[in-house]
Design a protein around this ligand. Sequence first.
Ligand code: ATP
Length: 241
Amino acid sequence: TAGKALLRVDSLQVRYGAVQALKGVSLHVDAGEVVTIIGGNGAGKSTLMKAISGLEPAAAGSIAFEGQDITRMPGHLRVPLGIAQSPEGRQVFADQTVHDNLLLGAYHRRDGAAAIAADIEAQFHAFPRLRERREQMAGTMSGGEQQMLAIARALMSRPKLLLLDEPSLGLAPLIVKEIFAIIRQLKAQGVTILLVEQMANQALAVADRAYVLETGSFTLEGGAAQLRRDPKIRAAYLGAH
Ligand code: ATP
């Protein structure tokens, strides 16, 4: 129902000087859902993620989280509310170890070192490759490993909403498969995810619902399975005709 969305974005606009990157988009994400935003280069996908996490200001419109208006709340205050972003391009702390990157993901938590250590252990269980590399400098890891670390670090904040910005970017097909398997696993655990992707086929396969973003506006939305069968989507985003 209309009232109980975890995240609700209404008529959101974002501008970079004269460029209107988002022209008034509205979406909602309910608890437990995986929702994907698909769209080509420059459509505004990253801008939308940054507006939700507080890295880009809204020029107009509103963003609400658990019914609270957060449109003008600074990004660092949104993390403790339960919004965590795994940014495009991964952006792990290159000269920190894997372990310390995970620790930094929990920087705002006040529930004590033991709880945080237990969660690091849980991430090592979920991502065995990170355990093997716990003392390795993050910047020396492969792209796929850094992507896993970026996701694990975001999870260390115990988010209610995980924002994943193009987790497949620049990764080999086999690693992309692995990343999507991880997303599927998170979904099975009940993690609520907003996923931005150019790899529409994989994104639609894992998502419950989807929005199609074209030059700053949503042109289509619906059930992911339904959009995956849509001839327009197939022609434009799935390389099929
Ligand atoms: P991609 O998949 O290529 O990353 P995207 O859908 O994530 O694309 P955005 O990065 O959100 O797209 O960019 C949307 C539009 O806003 C583009 O036209 C882009 O050039 C512009 N833009 C993004 N960031 C800035 C910025 N800091 N200053 C000026 N224009 C920007």
